[in-house]
Structure formats: structure tokens, C-alpha cells
Write a protein that binds this ligand. Sequence first.
Ligand code: SF4
Length: 407
Amino acid sequence: MSDPRTFDPGIRGSVAVLPDVPALWSYSSLKAVETCPRRYVLSRATYTDLWDRTGYPEVPSPAALFGDVVHDSLEAIVRALAAQGCTSASGPEAISVLRELGGYSEVAKAMLAKRLARLDDNPRLAGGGRERLQDQLEHRIPEAREEVQHYLHRMTLVPRQSAGSGPNSRGASPRYARGVGSHPEATLQADELRAWGRIDLLTVRPVQVDITDYKTGAEDESHFDQLRFYAVLWDQDNVSNSSRTPLGTLTASYPSREVTIEAPDAAQVQTLAQQLSARVTTADELVQSDEPAARPGDHCAFCAVRPLCTAYWPTTPEPASLKRGSWFDFEGTVVERNGIKSWWLHDLGPRKGPLLLRTTSAHHAFEPGQRLRLLGLRRDEDPDSEVAVAVLAQTSEVFLVTGESDY
Ligand code: SF4
């Protein structure tokens, strides 16, 4: 067994044990490594000095968390309806299933609680961040309920037939021959391609299979790439698709409408499978590289590991160029204290000028000479000065740079 590969990004408490290539690639993991190999690797590394979990701790946005709660609620309800042989979310059986679950709002609350529990020991949310998210999301439960109802209103389920339509008797694997019926959260796997996916709703009919994916965000062309990826998995999964049921339709289900396209034909599936094989080979190489490439772009603004990435910081905007109220990131050195709750910082490069950093508490103990990476500052102004002013808000994060890594 080879020694684990480690990397010190030069941020206090953030030495990373880098991940190996995954046994199987999902659509989202392939897309992640192709967008920025460095983000993929650092996001999935292990940081034993930071916490016990795998991956770099993320700070989810309220919007992303809301989408997760809607998606999880929908999955839980569809799973319960399908298990009871319901064909829709209305009718006496469905009402009884929903009553048993406690109703839409109770399901959404339970899913929110599960999502928040995952954030309990997140070091980046210490100091009230988790509670702030909880407050914001609890207020949106009625909205989540309404959104879930919109999806369910359009949904039609096909009752499962007995033969080959449930998990195998050992119950050890989520993979089994998918018989006629609706299968929520169906795992598909193409062994030779080393690819897998979990389909939100796989509907096997006697003559074709239809694939539906629930999308809680805005419509995007990439959603159809993802559906075509699932089509390849269905075609190549010898366990789930042992009866070789042909592909039918692919549907992206959005909050207010569905968009359905025809599944690729056999020749197109072959081409897609070849392309997927090549992507997996490239993805393996990118992950194994000693220096996974950084690909800065607009996506950096949503990158959880940007505090660790030296390629990101030279791309941050000049504070003086920003309007009051804008949110921005800044890397600089502490020069001296200005007042009880304010500090002078100097940018490391020639591009930017000094920054007057105001804090909301007198307890921030910066030391002159410290190099800091500051996430989520709010641009402010001082009527008596031309110098750029920024506020270290409640949600801002401070990272102490301890090294000179080039990664
Ligand atoms: S900050 Fe940008 S370049 Fe750096 S790892 Fe994240 S996505 Fe990649």
C-alpha cells in the first residue's frame, strides 16, 4: 500500500490527505473534476486537524439548503407513495400515506433537521452560523411545502409488479432487477465504465423505461447531459436492466413545469458510452496528478476550498472599485491597529491599496504581520476618508496563512 499523499495549503489546521481515484464516477463528480481538478481534490481530501469527517467543511448557502430540503422531502414522499402502490399523490391511499408521514410540512421539517444535523460539527459554522441557517430555513417551510406539492401534483406512478420488482431477499445491495413499476432513488451502475448514478424516479413500463430527475434550481442545458448520462447507465447496467427494457423518455422536472426529451437511440448510446469512458480515464489522471490543476473562473465564488487555493486570491476584486454594500474576499497583511474595532490591512500585490477593516466586536485579536484571507467582507465607506473600508460581518470568515504554498 502506498503512503497517503498529503498537501499543506499553508492555512492553519488545513493539512490535507488527498483522495485516491473513486471506484465509480457519478455525473456530478465527473463534472466537478472537469470544472476544476484542484477543487475536486481539495474538497474530497481529509483534514484530520480540522474535523473527523471526509472532505473540506462547506458553508451551504440558504438557497442551496432550501433546494436540498425540497428534494429530500420529495424523495421521501415519492418513496412512501410508491411503496404503497399509489399511482398519484391524491386519492384515499395517498392521503393515508401522507397522513402517516405527518403531512408535507412535517416531512420538510424532518428533512431540514437531517440536513442541519450534518452541519453540527462544521468548524466553519461555529459561532452561530448553523443557527442562523436554521432560522432562515425554518421560515421557509411553508414555501418548501408548496414547492413539493407542485412536483407531486404532476406526478404519475406505476404500481410495481411482484416478480423482480423489489430488493433482493438479502437486502444487501440497492441494485436489483428493476421490474415494471415506479422506482424512486434507483441506483444504476455501469461496471465496465466505472460509472454510477442515483435516479430520482425510474419508471419501468412493459415496453420502455422513463427517467425523471427533480431539479430545484433554474433550468439548464446540463440537466439533459445528466439525463443522457443516466440513459447510458440504464443501457449498461446488467443487473438493474437484466430484462433489456429499451429507453423511452428523459424528463427534467422543475418546480413549475417538466421538460421531456427522447432518450438517445442505440447508436447514440454507444457514442455516449465511448465519450464517458474517455472522460473517466482523463478524470483518473487529473485526480492522481501531483499538482491537480486550478481552473479559476466564475465558479470560484461558490468554491468551498477557495481559502486554500493560491490561484484564486490574485483574481479577487480591488476593494476600492466596489460599490458600498458589495460582498467580497480579500487577502492581505495586518499592518496595525487603527482603533478598538478597526485594523489597517495591506494587500500583498501591487494591484490593490490599503484596506481599513472594521470588526463588529473588540475581541478580534489580529497581530501586525499576520497574513489573512478574509471571506465575505462587506464594502463600506468612510465620509472622512478616500480609503476603501470593509466590515468583517457576522458571516465573514478569517483564515490565517501560515505558509507559502504554491498549490
Ligand atoms: S478557488 Fe477556483 S481555481 Fe481554486 S480550487 Fe476553487 S474553483 Fe478551483
